[in-house]
Design a protein around this ligand. Sequence first.
Ligand code: NAP
Length: 600
Amino acid sequence: MTDTTDTLDLKAAREKYRRERDRRLRPDGATQYRRAAGEFGYYAKDPYTQRVEREPVEDRVEVLVIGAGFGGLLTAARLREAGAESIRLMDEAGDVGGTWYWNRYPGVRCDIESYVYMPLLEEVGTMPTERYAPGDEIRRHSVAIAEHYNLYPDALFQTRGTSLDWDEESDEWIVGTDRGDRFRARFVITSSGTMTQAKLPGIPGIETFRGHTFHTSRWDYGYTAGSADGGLTGLADKRVAVVGTGATGLQVVPHVGADARELVVFQRTPSTVDVRDNRPTDAAWAASLRPGWQRERMENFLAVLAGEPVEESLVQDGWTATTALQRQILTGAVDESLTLEERERRDELDDLATMNRLRSRIDEIVEDPATAEALKPWYRYMCKRPGFSDTYLPTFNRPNVTLVDTADAGGITRVTETSVVVGDEEYEVDCLIFATGFEVGISGVMSGTLPVTGRGGRTLLEAWAQGPRTLHGFSSHGFPNLFHLSGIQNANSVNFAHILLEQAEHIAAVIARGREVGARYLEPTAGAEDDWVRTVHETASDTRAFQAECTPGYYNGEGSRSIAGAAYSPGPIAFHRLLREWREAGMEDVLVGATVGAAR
Ligand code: NAP
C-alpha cells in the first residue's frame, strides 16, 4: 500500500467504525443490565450442587482465602508449601474451580493455550489433553490442586463472607458469613474474582417469558440433556434463542445449532472470530519436556504478550500475533524507537490489516451474503475481547440456524410470554438462553457486599473513597494482614492465570517473611502506599481516546468511560521484576513490630 492509500483506508475505516459505534451507543450505558438477583435470582441458582445445611463454624484458622478459583487455590497452595498448616478456602460455589465451576455450558474451553493457562501442571503431575482444554478438564484440575495441597478439610463451600472486622486486641480478623459463622483468621486473602455476577440485559418483559430460560453460567443439562461435549438431545424438538455473541456465545452456538430443531442467534455486536487451531496434545512433545518447562513457557508467553524481547516465541497463536494491538488497553512495553505518532499510525494500519483479514474470513466461510455482512465486526481489534473459533461461523450455514442482528433496535426490544421481539419482528421460541456475560470489576470488597472494617473502625470503602489505595495492588494501610488478588494497581495480561500465580507467590512470600522475622502483623506504611499510588498514576497510559472511539462494551464501560486505567503500565514483566527486587530488599515496608532481623 502507498502512503496515500493507507491514509484513505484509515480515514474510511475510522468513519465506518464511528457510524457502527453510534448505532450501538445507548444513553443508559452500563445501567442497561440487570443483576441475576432478587426478582431474577433464579438465574443465579447453582444447578450443579445440592445445598447442604450445616452448623455455624466458630473456630480459628491461620489463613482464610475467600474465593476458591485459581487465585485462591494458588495462594493456598503456595502458602501450604511455605509451611502454613491451617488454611481455609471459602466460596459461594459448591466446590473449587471459580469460573470453571460455574461455566459448564456446551463447548466451554480455555481460550489461552492450556500449557500456559492451567497452573501447577508439573506440581500436580498432569498434562492437558488438548492445546485448548475443555472446561471440565480445567475444573477437575482445580479439584486436583485442592487435593494435592490438602485444602478440602477446612474448606467452607456454599458460603458467602458478609463481614471482615479487624480485632485490635488479638490482631486477628473476625469473619462473618451468610451461614451464621463467626470465626477468626490471622490472615485474610480475598480472591473473589472480577466477573462473577451473571448479568441479564434489561429487556422489558423477561420476567413474563413462560418457556424455559437460563444463563450460560448456570447451564441446565436437566433440560437440554447432553454434556459440555454436546449431544443436547433435549433440544431436538425445541426452538431455541441464544442472546449474546461474546466469547461464550462463540462456544455455545455451534453445539446448540447442531442439536436444536431451530436456533435463532440474537446479535447486537459481532465478535472477531479468528482461527482456533485446537489439537490434541502431542505425546512425543509432552514426553520431551524437561522439568521447569511450564514456568519457562509461561514466562515466554507473558514476555511476548508484554512486548518484551525473546529469542523464540514458544506458543505462537492468535494472541502472540496481535501483541502490539493489545497494547491499546493492556499493560506492557512499547517500541521506543518510534515516536508516539509513528507508533500509533503503524498500530492503526496493523489493526486495519488484522480486521480486514478477519472480515474476509467471514466471507470465505459464511455462504449467505447478508448473514456474512451482519457478522462482520467494525471496530478496532481490542475494542472487544478477541474471539477464536473454527466452528462458530460455519454454524450459520446450517438451515436450522438464523442470525438476527439487533443493532438498529439497540438490542432486543422486548420479551413476551412466548417470543423474543426485535423491532416489529417476533420470534417464537421454547427456550431462551442468555450468553450475556457478567458484571465486570465487581469484587465483594470493592462493591461493599463484603464490608471490611480495619484498624480504628475505618472501612475499606471509606479508605478507598477517592479510588483504590494499595501497595502493589495487594494490601492497604489501616488493613493489617489483608491481601487482595486483583487487577487493581498492578499489571495485567490476557493470561490472567499467570498473573494470579505471580500474585499468589508474592503474597505467600510476604506472609512467610513476616513469620520469619516475627512480625506482629503485615501492613504497608502510609508512605509506601502513597508512593505506589503515585507511581501507578504517573506511569498510567491514557487509553481514553482509544476507548472513546470504540463500540460500546465492558472494556470501555459501555461507551461511557475507560475502566482500564488503574494498572501499572510498564507491564507484567517489569512489575514482576519490581516485586522480586522489593522482596529481595527485605519487604520492610509491610513488617510491623518485627522482633528479629527485619532490617537489613
Ligand atoms: P460478554 O463478552 O459480555 O458478551 C455478552 C454478549 O451479550 C454480547 O455479545 C452483548 O452484545 C450481548 N448483549 C448484551 N445485552 C444485549 C441485548 N440487550 N440484546 C442483545 N444482545 C445483548 O460475555 P461473555 O461472552 O460471557 O464473556 C465474558 C468474558 O468471559 C469474556 O470477555 C472473557 O473474558 C471470558 N470468557 C472466556 C472464555 C474463554 O477463555 N474460553 C469463554 C467465555 C468467556 P454487545 O457486544 O453489543 O454488548
